[in-house]
Design a protein. Structure first.
Length: 230
């Protein structure tokens, strides 16, 4: 394998397709991607939960090179915030040392057919909502409201003073199909980490899928968000 980023789309495509037959699964920090799940990265299929979880772990792991503490919540907990009480929500966040992180990613999959991303930045006390389809319905609004109350409660417990969490709906890029929301969540997370913008269109969609596939194989972030493959 190579741990070097490619500069040519055809090179990375050839590399990724050759690797798909080498192993029945890929594992990183106990997160497993099967061969069939991985193969959607070279097509136009929906991202499996395992791909999102695996990739968010790569992003949070890379954060240490930027001297940042970054955490993420497993996609299996996506519905937790819909059903559970404020007390249980606080407990769940505390399990992941939420207030000890500079950034924290929470992928959401509330209505069963769309992924979006919540990002909390501790320094600015901002809760950001990243959505590639503008799914600002009551379910998502309810989760955001519960998270704000939970975080404010945690801050009072930790600092003994009242802090206000601001919510920001991010004007991010939108998908023009019904299957790329999972990929957008992965890209939103890396975009937020690097604090850079990226341009996605029909020409670059397949490139970003290959980039994610390459980084999953290598188990590390190799490309910056402003990457331009020839």
């Amino acid at each position: 394998m190579t741990s070097v980023a490619f500069i040519n789309k055809h090179e990375i495509d050839d590399f990724v397709r050759k690797q798909t037959g080498l192993s029945n699964r890929l594992v990183f920090k106990k997160i497993c991607i099967t061969k069939d799940e991985f193969n959607v990265l070279t097509s136009s299929g929906w991202f499996f939960d395992s791909i999102i979880n695996y990739y968010l772990e790569l992003v949070t792991d890379y954060a240490k090179f930027l001297r940042l503490k970054v955490g993420s919540l497993n996609t299996a907990n996506s519905l937790f915030f819909v059903k559970e009480s404020l007390e249980n929500t606080v407990a769940k966040l505390n399990e992941h040392s939420f207030l000890n992180q500079d950034l924290f990613f929470i992928p959401l999959h509330v209505n069963g057919n769309h992924w979006s991303l919540i990002v909390f930045e501790k320094k600015k006390l901002i809760l950001e909502y990243w959505d590639s389809m503008n799914s600002h319905d009551s379910a998502y609004a309810g989760i955001i409201k519960k998270l704000v109350k939970s975080i404010e409660h945690m801050l009072v417990q930790k600092t003994k003073r009242i802090s206000k969490i601001n919510v920001e709906i991010i004007n991010c890029q939108k998908q023009d199909n019904d299957y790329d929301c999972g990929m957008f969540v992965c890209l939103f997370a890396r975009n937020r980490l690097f604090e850079r913008t990226f341009k996605i269109n029909k020409e670059t969609l397949s490139i970003f899928r290959l980039i994610i596939a390459h980084e999953i194989i290598e188990k590390k972030i190799l490309y910056h968000t402003n990457v331009q493959l020839k």
